[in-house]
Design a protein around this ligand. Sequence first.
Ligand code: XMP
Length: 322
Amino acid sequence: MAIKEIPLEKLDTEEFIAQQVAAIRAAAADGVALSALSGGVDSAVVTLLAHRALGSQLKSYFIDTGLMRENEPQQIVDWFADLGVKVEVVDAADRFFDALRGLSDPEMKREQGITQPFYKDVFADLLRRVNANILLQGTNFTDVQETAAGVKRQHNVFEQIGIDPRKAFGYKVLEPILALRKPAIRAVGRALGLPAELAQRPPFPGPALAARIVGEVTRERVAIVRRATAIVEACLEDSGAFQYLAILHEDRVTGVRDGKRDFGYQIEIRCWDSEDAVTALPTDIPFARLRTMADRITDTVPGVVSVTYNIAAKPPSCIEAV
Ligand code: XMP
């Protein structure tokens, strides 16, 4: 199925919402549907559309993959409670760390370590548990475009690369915002009443912090990038940038601490100016602010001795490292 983009300037948010609500109702009929929140605006918008369409026929979950940012599960539960939507947190960390063990190739991590446990294991179990046969997800136009072009296998793209989720996983996947890119998704979110702090949140990838770890993803390595992420996000939240993140590299380098050799980790900070994630430029961050982040990271994230700032553009770089 060829999807036609609805650009922001052609989007009538009320008409779009009415159409998608009707389509979700028609697809679910009298059955139960399941929505999985990730902390990003895409899944938040889809959950609100589905909640409007289905009310108590919708079951909403936050899958705690163990790869999430600090305090993310509780933050999402609280935001949605304020919007009248009950979100249950599902602890699936063991399943993801088991699947990710020993993998360091980026595409294998995405396919075997993220996509398979999400769809074959966690979602399939949840759908069975609540007797649902539809999964709603926030795949957007950029996700499809990048996966179809072979840039990287985004965890949430199937039909457009020839995979029928009904055959592969045994359930139907509904994607209400497939025709939209980020600015249009945010506009729909605002029209649905998403609080500004959620509607304007920088994007966060489905594979979560696993997309920001070069090499094997272990609990210990996630803890390092999670702490560095919290520092980078706190320092850059007023930057106006499209997205900002911390990456943990695989190579270690020689440093010195308290007069002794410290063979430690390297964190790379990335901060992007972009409209829709298709192309992006590094943000011109004042040097003093970069230095503040570097000191906070080396002072408080155990084992980190080197901090760099990415100055390459996308393309040829990508926003995430994996
Ligand atoms: P890249 O790294 O390809 O990312 O420049 C483009 C945008 O997509 C996000 N991203 C993902 N989002 N599932 C998602 O839902 C994924 O597998 C995924 N990979 C990347 C990324 O954060 C950026 O905004």
